[in-house]
Design a protein around this ligand. Structure first.
Ligand code: FMN
Ligand code: 173
Length: 382
C-alpha cells in the first residue's frame, strides 16, 4: 500500500502516560479538591444511572469485517448541517473555570482545533461571545447554547439575542431538570462555587451565586412549570436558531419533539445527575431512534469513555455523541491542552475501531456491526 492515511500517534504525556479516558479521569481527580471533585464526578442518589451509563456498552460486542481496505478511513460526519471531524462533541457543563482557569475558553479552543462542536451551559463562567471568539481564532465550529426554562423570561430572551448575535447554531433546551436530582455530595459538602467565578450568561455575580447552595440557587433560577405546549412555541417564536431537546429518554417524548417542530434531541439523563434509576442512555437510544424514524436528528450523551463507545452508539442509530465529564477532566488535568488530549484520545480510538471493524466511512457503521449479549448470556445479532 502506498500513500494511505498516516497512522496516528497518540498524543500523551510521556511521564504520566495518559493513554485513555480512564487514565485522564484518575490524573484529573487528584488535581481537584474533594468538593469540586465530588461535584463533577458524582451522580445522584445511589449512583446507579451514572454507573449503568458506562457499563451499558459492555452488553454489546463488535462484529468486525476483515480484509477491507481501510487505508483511507474517513471519520467525519455532519452535525447541525456541517462537517465535524468525528461524531463527538462537548456537552454543556457549567462551572468549567472551577476545574481550570481556561474554563470554557479552553474547551472551545480545543473543540475548534479538533473540528468538533460544543454546547455552552447557562452556567458558563465565560460569556457566549468570548467562548465563540476563542474558537474562531483557531477554526470554524458550531456552538449550541444550553437553556433551562428560566423564571426570568426577559433574561432568557437576552441570552437568546446574545447567542444569535454571536452566531450560535442551536438552543439546547434542557428538559430533564425541573428541579435538581438528589445530590448527597453537594448537600454534605455545602457545595458553593469558589469566590471570583463569573456567570456572565445568566448575569449573576459571583456573590449572588455563592450566597445560595447549588440546590436553592437552581430553584430560584429555574421554572419548574415548564411544558412542551408553552415553552417550545415560545422559543420558536423568538429565534431562528435550531431547537433541540436535551434529556429525552423515551419514544413518547421523541414523538413530541417531532410534533413540536424541534430539530433534534439529545438522548440524555444528564450524566446520571438527575433522576437516579432511569434507563442508561445507550439502552434508551434504540427506541428514540425508532420513534424519530429519520425525521429529526438523534444525538446521545452519558458515559462515553472510549472511541468504541461512540462506535456502538452510532451502530444503534445515533447521529453523534457528546461527552460532559471527560472535557472537565481534561481541563482539570491540563487546561486547554488536557481537552486537546481528551479529544485526540477519543478520535484516535474511534478511528482505530472503524479500521478494525472494516468501516471506511461513518455511514458504514450500522446494526450489522453489533451483537448483543441477552439475559441468558447468549450473543445475538441485532
Ligand atoms: C459538572 C457537570 C455540570 C453539568 N452542567 C450542565 C448544565 O449546566 N446544563 C446541562 O444541560 N447539562 C449539564 N450537565 C450534563 C451534561 O450536559 C451531560 O448531559 C452529561 O455530563 C453527560 O454525561 P457524561 O458526563 O457521562 O459524559 C452537567 C454535567 C456535569 C458532569
Ligand atoms: O450540576 C448540574 O448537573 C447542572 O446541570 C448545573 C446546573 C447549574 C450550574 C452548574 C451545573
Amino acid at each position: 500500500m502506498a500513500g494511505g492515511a498516516p497512522v496516528p500517534v497518540p498524543t500523551s504525556d510521556p511521564d504520566e502516560k495518559i493513554l485513555s479516558i480512564a487514565d485522564l479521569e484518575k490524573a484529573a481527580s487528584t488535581k481537584l479538591g474533594k468538593t469540586a471533585r465530588e461535584f463533577y464526578n458524582s451522580g445522584s442518589t445511589d449512583q446507579v444511572t451514572i454507573h449503568e451509563n458506562s457499563t451499558a456498552f459492555s452488553k454489546y460486542r463488535l462484529r468486525p469485517r476483515v480484509l477491507v481496505d481501510v487505508s483511507g478511513v474517513d471519520t467525519s460526519t455532519t452535525a447541525f448541517g456541517r462537517s465535524i471531524s468525528f461524531p463527538l462533541s462537548v456537552s454543556p457543563a457549567g462551572l468549567q473555570a472551577m476545574a481550570h482557569p481556561d474554563g470554557e475558553l479552553g474547551t472551545s479552543k480545543a473543540c475548534a482545533r479538533k473540528g468538533v462542536n460544543m454546547a455552552i451551559s447557562s452556567f458558563s463562567n465565560h460569556s457566549i461571545e468570548d467562548v465563540r471568539s476563542a474558537a474562531a481564532e483557531i477554526g470554524s465550529i458550531d456552538h449550541a447554547v444550553q437553556l433551562y426554562t428560566m423564571r426570568d423570561r426577559e433574561l432568557e430572551e437576552r441570552i437568546i439575542r446574545k447567542a444569535e448575535a454571536a452566531g450560535c447554531k442551536a438552543i439546547f433546551l434542557t428538559a430533564d431538570s425541573p428541579v435538581l436530582g438528589v445530590r448527597y455530595n453537594e448537600w454534605r459538602n455545602d457545595f458553593r462555587t469558589p469566590e471570583g467565578l463569573e456567570f456572565p450568561v445568566i448575569e449573576w455575580t459571583s456573590e449572588e451565586v455563592r450566597s445560595r447552595t447549588h440546590d436553592s440557587g437552581f430553584v430560584a433560577f429555574n421554572d419548574d412549570s415548564h411544558s412542551w405546549a408553552r415553552d417550545i412555541p415560545w422559543l420558536k417564536a423568538r429565534t431562528k436558531m435550531q431547537i433541540w431537546i436535551k434529556g429525552v429518554l423515551t419514544a413518547e417524548d421523541t414523538e413530541l419533539a417531532v410534533e413540536h417542530g424541534c430539530d433534534g434531541i439529545i438522548v440524555s439523563n444528564h450524566g446520571g445527575r438527575q433522576l437516579d434509576g432511569v434507563m442508561p442512555t445507550l439502552d434508551a437510544l434504540p427506541e428514540c431512534v425508532e420513534a424519530a424514524n429519520g425525521r429529526i436528528a438523534v444525538h446521545v450523551d452519558g458515559g462515553f469513555r472510549s472511541g468504541t463507545d461512540i462506535f456502538k452508539a452510532l451502530a444503534l442509530g445515533a447521529n453523534c455523541c457528546w461527552v460532559g465529564r471527560p472535557a472537565i477532566w481534561g481541563l482539570a488535568y491540563d487546561g486547554e491542552a488536557g481537552v486537546d488530549l481528551m479529544l485526540e484520545t477519543m478520535h484516535n480510538e474511534f478511528r482505530r475501531c472503524m479500521q478494525l471493524t472494516g468501516c471506511r466511512t461513518v455511514k458504514d457503521i450500522n446494526k450489522t456491526c453489533l451483537a448483543r449479549i441477552n439475559a441468558d448470556g447468549i450473543l445475538k445479532r441485532l
